[in-house]
Design a protein around this ligand. Structure first.
Ligand SMILES: Cc1cc2nc3c(=O)[nH]c(=O)nc-3n(C[C@H](O)[C@H](O)[C@H](O)COP(=O)(O)OP(=O)(O)OC[C@H]3O[C@@H](n4cnc5c(N)ncnc54)[C@H](O)[C@@H]3O)c2cc1C
Length: 379
């Protein structure tokens, strides 16, 4: 172990792990995670979806830049496909049926690069894809083939294994509690001892603002928002090959997950950073939405959980060196798409940290690194 690391990454979620991976042994790296397992917080609680549609232009660029890696990761990265075809069925009730058709027309006319066309469906065709939808509720539908399940655990393990193979050290159960500057480096107080590093990457998800405060940085207004999910059994149906279903304005969504249905009321409640748990009301909303648009009777919730989706005020990631604090690098605010954009986010972070050119897959996708600079919030 070097006496002074080039880079200490705080946070062992997908953001920190992808940065460690794409640094590719060019610098000595230690990653510090407060929990005993990596990905314990947001990364381990996502809906595991990779979609080309229904997000902002900038998320679309990061997604496009990430798609090559996700579809064809480097040899040895993982033994399974990172993406599994799922498809997304968009549905609307009578009140929103016209709106759904407008969204369909927009998507048809503005297909992202490489995307397959969306298909307008009759209610009967929608029921063929998911037989327990309630035809009294569903009045319009279209199908988006460009939606996949992500093998999140394999992705995280792939980043971790690859980074370790290039010499990065990963230290779990290591909470960073304080930091001070000594000549040209930072000294981090952690629950597993003192760590010295010339640069520190703040990849702490919902904790990004308070952790930056330990270094003397002003908060940038990066706020965690709770999102809830429940898991319900669907007796008499094999859901494994059914698509994800999204209400047309994402009031709720559900998708097959390990033989059951994961349902989310798409809540977005601002909270302090913490080990998130679901509120009874949000669990009830999730069950209500599923009962409303299907013929299923939701009498029992098998499992429920919540996680943090963390956003800056403009809902763009914050990736870059602090203009305020020497040697502090922000890697936060990846919001609701941190899994699917992690290859591009990790690559961008690594290129900024090493002062090398942005990789060509990012340039081709139109990624503009200046949009992510923390300076947009620094006074
Ligand atoms: C219900 C839900 C559904 C989602 N669905 C999707 C989806 O379908 N697709 C998608 O792409 N994204 C999805 N997301 C978003 C995605 O999960 C996040 O964008 C991503 O996981 C954020 O990763 P992160 O590394 O920034 O944060 P985290 O995974 O939270 O990692 C941050 C880490 O920092 C550690 N840490 C904090 N403070 C300290 C400290 N002082 N010392 C040491 N370690 C510290 C924490 O323990 C934590 O492990 C979803 C999120 C939720 C909650």
């Amino acid at each position: 172990m070097p006496e002074i690391f080039d880079i200490a990454i705080i946070g062992g979620g997908i953001a920190g792990a992808s940065a460690a991976y794409f640094l590719n042994g060019q610098r000595s790296v230690i990653l510090l995670e407060q929990e005993t397992s990596l990905g314990y917080h947001s990364t381990g609680r996502s809906a595991a979806e990779f979609t080309r549609r229904f997000h902002s232009k900038v998320t679309g660029q990061l997604t496009q830049a990430s798609s090559g890696f996700m579809m064809q990761p480097p040899a040895g990265f993982t033994e399974v496909d990172l993406l599994r075809p799922r498809g997304n069925l968009l549905i609307a009730d009578a009140e929103k049926a016209d709106h759904l058709r407008q969204v369909y027309e927009h998507e048809q006319a503005n297909a992202p690069e490489g995307a397959s066309p969306v298909e307008l469906l009759s209610v009967d065709q929608a029921l063929e894809k998911m037989p327990f939808l309630d035809p009294d509720w569903v009045k319009a539908a279209f199908f988006d083939p460009d939606c996949w399940d992500v093998e999140v655990e394999n992705l995280l393990q792939g980043y971790t294994r690859g980074a370790k193979a290039k010499g990065a050290e990963f230290r779990q159960a290591s909470v960073v509690t304080a930091a001070h500057r000594e000549s040209d480096h930072w000294v981090l107080e952690t629950s597993s001892g003192e760590i010295k590093a010339r640069m520190v990457v703040n990849a702490t998800g919902g904790w990004a603002d308070p952790v930056a405060g330990m270094f003397g940085a002003d908060p940038l207004g990066i706020l965690p928002h709770r999102r809830t999910a429940i898991s319900v059994k669907v007796p008499d149906h094999d859901v494994s090959h059914m698509p994800e279903v999204n209400e047309i304005d994402e009031v709720f969504y559900f998708k097959p997950d390990a033989g059951q249905l994961m349902v989310s009321p798409a809540d977005e409640t601002p909270v302090d950073p913490h080990d998130a748990w679901p509120e009874e009301l949000d669990i009830a909303y999730a069950a209500h939405y599923l009962s409303e648009c299907t013929t299923l009777e939701v009498t029992h919730v098998a499992h429920s959980w919540a996680g943090l989706r963390t956003f800056a005020k403009d809902r763009l990631p914050v990736i870059g060196f602090s203009g305020q604090i020497e040697g502090l690098f922000w890697l936060a605010g990846v919001g609701g798409y941190g899994i699917q954009t992690s290859p591009a986010v990790g690559q961008l972070a690594a290129s900024l940290l090493t002062g090398t050119q942005m990789p060509s897959n990012l340039t081709r996708a139109g990624v503009d690194a200046s949009l992510f600079s923390p300076s947009r919030f620094e006074s």
